[in-house]
Design a binder for this molecule. Structure first.
Ligand code: S3P
Length: 431
């Protein structure tokens, strides 16, 4: 689908956004292997989280899905059934990587794969810990989907993932639930801790000490009724729109503000963005609050100061880099993002797809193996843009086009529905 995007004057109003994608996947999987029913409200409406539910159904779990409410009849830790066909995780890296941990602990063989993007994404990072725990996994060329997982008896391991990845941590911990003894994951950098919080919420004991997370195998989970906080990574696109369009004032209510996810806000505030965080409160193990974002007073003012994002900070904003890169073009000093080599193996090579779209809009961009440098002070022009099938690229450039000079056409705009099907309607309602 092509979408024509005209420059906009301002964005304003009060908005609530759909449920967090990361948390929805975890709640969906854990509810399936818990004892008793769960009801999950504000479940992500994106295609990725529907893929997780479809896989759990194919494993014999009864699930009702109406709008954003999901009712899961948990089958307990021994209740999953061998799937009749290959499991399809669509475009969802979270589904294939996290579910592989559960599949490794089952007394049956399963196969899991997804779309063309999934077939290119690295899976060695989950194969290694699962094989160390005793599973056998066949993969295309030893490292790509489809994965054929010979589940069975697992034993706990102490694992130090070579890449900072919450998906790898989650996969290992989920397998650890089915393993004999203790499983621990020691991270080099703190990644999002939704799995640890979700496991506790479903009744498991999980110890965390600094960068080490540890749990004992054999624990049973209990079904829960849980609301999913709204997705901060989806909110990022609206935050950016408000920062780009002079005179904007936008309020985003009840958004997830888990400290291991909210680095974006600190990064933007440190670069001078006017973002107020209010009404912060605990919500079923997670943290939520309200954001009030004020745009620049006039078009002559820079959107943010700019600077460098690197090291652990990059890991904390990894999903938000496409949107930050766009803001970088309107920054005072330019923006350099480093230590972001992981972006090359996301839904697309996001260093390449961001650089390509920014250049089409006339920005001055240098791409590095591990990041980007975007010159500031820019005035982007309308252009023919492409999501390249990547949801975050679609949304980042739909927002970029709002402040461009002249009209833009965004090809493959429908990719947004992987995480946020309501994105364009919500945006149109606020402009
Ligand atoms: C996610 C972890 C991150 C992130 C992805 C969701 C998660 O991936 O980019 O969108 O829910 O755990 P990695 O684990 O590959 O860093």
């Amino acid at each position: 689908m092509d979408r024509t995007i005209r420059p906009a004057a301002r964005i304003g109003g009060v908005v609530r956004l759909p449920g967090d994608k990361s948390i929805s996947h975890r709640y969906g999987m854990l509810a399936a292997i818990a004892d008793g029913p769960s009801e999950i409200t504000n479940y992500s409406t994106g295609a990725d989280c529907a893929s997780t539910l479809a896989c759990m159904r194919a494993l014999g779990v009864e699930i009702e899905h109406e709008g954003s409410t999901v009712r899961v009849a948990g089958v307990g830790r021994d209740g999953l059934k061998a799937p009749a066909a290959r499991l399809d995780c669509g475009n969802s890296g979270s589904t294939i990587r996290m579910l592989s941990g559960i599949l490794a602990g089952q007394p049956f063989i399963s196969e899991i794969a997804g779309d063309e993007s999934i077939a290119r994404r690295p899976m060695k990072r989950v194969i290694t810990p699962l094989e160390l725990m005793g599973a056998k996994i066949e993969a295309r060329d030893g490292e790509f989907a489809p994965l054929r997982i010979h589940g069975g008896k697992l034993h706990g391991i102490d694992y130090k993932p070579p890449v900072a990845s919450a998906q790898v941590k989650t996969c290992t911990l989920f397998a650890g639930l089915f393993a004999e003894g203790f499983t621990s994951v020691t991270e080099s950098v703190q990644t999002r801790n939704h799995s640890e919080l979700a496991l506790r919420r479903f009744g498991a004991t999980v110890e965390t000490s600094g960068l080490v997370t540890r749990l004992e195998g054999g624990q049973r989970l209990t079904g829960q009724n849980l609301p999913v906080p709204s997705d901060l990574s989806s909110a990022a696109f609206f935050i950016a729109a408000a920062l780009l369009l002079p005179g904007s004032e936008l309020c985003i209510e009840d958004v997830g503000l888990n400290p291991t996810r909210a680095e974006l806000l600190t990064v933007l505030q440190d670069m001078g963005a006017k973002i107020q965080v209010t009404d912060v409160r605990a919500a079923d193990g997670e943290t939520i609050g309200t954001l009030v974002i004020e745009g620049p007073a006039s078009a002559g003012q820079p959107v943010i100061q700019g600077g460098t994002i690197e090291g652990a900070t990059t890991a904390g904003v990894i999903d938000e880099v496409p949107m930050l890169a766009v803001l970088g073009a309107y920054s005072r000093d330019g923006l350099e993002i480093r230590d972001a080599g992981e972006l090359r193996v996301k839904e697309t090579d996001r260093i390449a797809t961001v650089a390509e779209n920014l250049r089409r809009m006339g920005a001055d961009v240098v791409a590095f193996p591990d990041g980007l440098r975007i010159s500031g002070g820019g005035r982007l022009r309308g252009a023919e843009l492409d999501s390249f099938g990547d949801h975050r690229i679609a949304m980042a450039f739909a927002i970029a086009a709002l402040r461009a000079k002249g009209e833009s056409v965004l090809h493959n705009a429908e990719a947004a529905s992987v995480s946020f099907p309501e994105f364009y309607d919500k945006l149109d309602g606020l402009l």
